[in-house]
Write a protein that binds this ligand. Structure first.
Ligand code: FAD
Length: 490
């Protein structure tokens, strides 16, 4: 199979247009503010992450009476830019960092708030991949010799061609994942196997499976455990090679922009401990310090991750299908360690400072590639069982572990190290994990239940969307839930 750049660009445009051709398109529909249907409603929104903020913003614009209840003292949830203990005003992202070009919802709100994107051009140096014991420097063209036991055809195709042959050719045939009714029954076969099994079933050699797994090892407990259909959906909406951008000045500028417009409608330090409803109203009990308070509303939008919601009392109980989804939806464990470096030594070697590895530490990100300065920050990105191992370490030990592992990829890391920090998302009481994922079979068994409303309770959040693990999913779901509430009778 010959890699055709033009075909790839066409496919990227198709993927971008996929969202634009549906009722959930930011470009066609979401850019329009909602028009209020009927009398203003009292709405309680649980959580001031991007889903809750987008829902609150849209409903407020439509004239509804909105209160957002947020347990933390800040907006943004899993969008968390950290600025301490770094020098020279540098920052790093503990949560969301990338905005792919195809993410029209994210870009729509960034445009609305005049928040600039930057960065893609600076990523065009070489990156390091470490697989099956080999450290390989991969140039931007990705044309390289892989010292692996690939088949002659795989060797000829190279990494971009293998992606096409084994992943993208199937991803382009799965239909439009943002359309109601997706996935079609014919796709059940992909949900029943893991991504690694899928690659093998497509004829990939063991070495090709190892190489392609590097790019998808951030889902849950890894390519041997994750539903192939989840990976194919992500690839359909965000194909390999899409340009990547970051929000200049830090990702937290987006939730802060929403929060400044919502003002006192957000109540911080308000931890939801119970949700109730009857035929007339919904009620939410919050804990503020030692005090409990009950608030009533016509409608509730719950954006809490299911990993948190599963420990919150609900009266009367949700339907059995919803309860099962809340209890069983898995969340990816992610631990991040940040290493401030006194020099950006990787530049002298014409490296980007990014690495994907099959070492226990997994990936390394250059967190400061679009920030000026002599110093830089390398951040490790570890998922699944290894992330849980890091979370059990003392914070000092996490830094030592990350330094030791990073030095295997970038030997100069230790002599340049100045100061470190870590964030383990499993330990965050109001996240209890990172983003949701699906084991084989769960996209069909749990998927249809996740976003479905229960009486006066509506659901939003990345986990309820076609773009889990992305800001795009949180924002699109916030708009969708706001639309549901706007159109609901009373
Ligand atoms: C490490 C990491 C890397 C990521 N990388 C990217 C990326 O590169 N690009 C990208 O687009 N996305 C990325 N994401 C995903 C993105 O951050 C999320 O999809 C998105 O922020 C989720 O928003 P949300 O509103 O659904 O949930 P959340 O942000 O989790 O919001 C839920 C809110 O509810 C609050 N809450 C929880 N419990 C309670 C309670 N009991 N009472 C009241 N409030 C409560 C929380 O404090 C939180 O503010 C990443 C996430 C992580 C963690």
């Amino acid at each position: 199979m010959k890699l055709d750049r033009r075909e790839f660009l066409e496919w990227s445009a198709v993927a971008a247009g996929t969202a634009a051709s549906t009722g959930l398109s930011a470009t066609e529909h979401g850019s329009k503010p909602l028009e209020r249907q009927g009398a203003p409603k009292r709405v309680l929104i649980l959580g001031a992450g991007l889903a809750g903020l987008a829902a609150g913003f849209e409903l407020t614009r439509a004239g509804h009476d909105v209160t957002i209840l947020e347990a933390r003292q800040r907006p943004g949830g899993r969008v968390l830019t950290i600025r301490q203990p770094f020098a020279d005003g540098l920052h790093a992202e503990a949560g969301a960092m990338w905005v792919p070009a195809t993410h029209d919802w994210t870009r729509k709100y960034l445009r609305l708030f005049h928040l600039p994107l930057g960065g893609d051009n600076e990523l065009r140096g070489s990156m390091v991949r470490c697989v099956l014991g080999h450290r390989v420097v991969v140039p931007p063209s990705e044309k390289t010799h892989w010292p692996l036991l690939l088949t002659p055809e795989e060797r000829r195709l190279g990494l971009p061609g293998m992606r096409w042959k084994y992943v993208q050719s199937a991803a382009r045939k799965i239909g439009n994942p943002t359309k109601p009714g997706w996935p079609a029954q014919a796709l059940r076969k992909y949900d029943q196997m893991s991504f690694a099994q899928f690659l093998r079933s497509e004829g990939a050699s063991a070495a090709a499976v190892a190489l392609l797994s590097l790019e998808e090892h951030w889902w849950g407990d890894g390519p041997d455990q994750v539903s192939a259909l989840l990976v194919l959906r992500n690839q359909a909406l965000y194909p390999y090679g899409s340009p990547w951008f970051t929000i200049l000045g830090g990702s937290d500028r987006l939730p802060k922009a929403f929060a400044s417009r919502l003002g006192k409608r957000i109540r911080y330090g308000a931890e939801v401990v119970r949700i109730e409803q009857d035929s007339r109203q919904a009620r939410v009990v919050i804990r503020r310090g030692a005090n409990a308070e009950t608030l009533a509303a016509d409608r509730v939008i719950c954006t809490l991750p299911f990993s948190v919601l599963k420990n919150i009392e609900v009266r009367p109980s949700f339907t059995p299908g919803k309860q099962k989804a809340i209890q069983e939806l898995p969340y990816t464990s992610v631990s991040r360690v940040f290493l401030q470096s006194k020099e950006r030594f990787w530049r002298q070697q014409k490296l980007t400072g990014f690495a994907m590895t099959d070492l226990p530490i997994m990936d390394i990100f250059n967190s400061t590639f679009n920030q000026r300065g002599r110093r830089g920050i390398l951040a490790t990105y570890t998922c699944g069982p290894q992330a849980r191992y890091i979370a059990r370490l003392h914070p000092e030990e996490r830094i030592e572990f990350a330094l030791e592992q990073t030095s295997a990829i970038f030997p100069e890391a230790r002599e340049n190290f100045e100061v470190g920090a870590s964030v383990c998302w499993d330990l965050e009481p109001f996240s209890r994990g990172d983003y949701c994922w699906f084991r084989p079979g769960q996209m069909f068994s749990l998927g249809p239940e996740i976003a479905r409303s229960e009486g006066r309770i509506h659901f939003a959040g990345e986990h309820t969307s076609a773009w889990p693990a992305w800001m795009q999913g949180a924002l699109a779901s916030g708009y969708r839930a706001a639309q549901e509430v706007n159109e609901a009778a009373g």
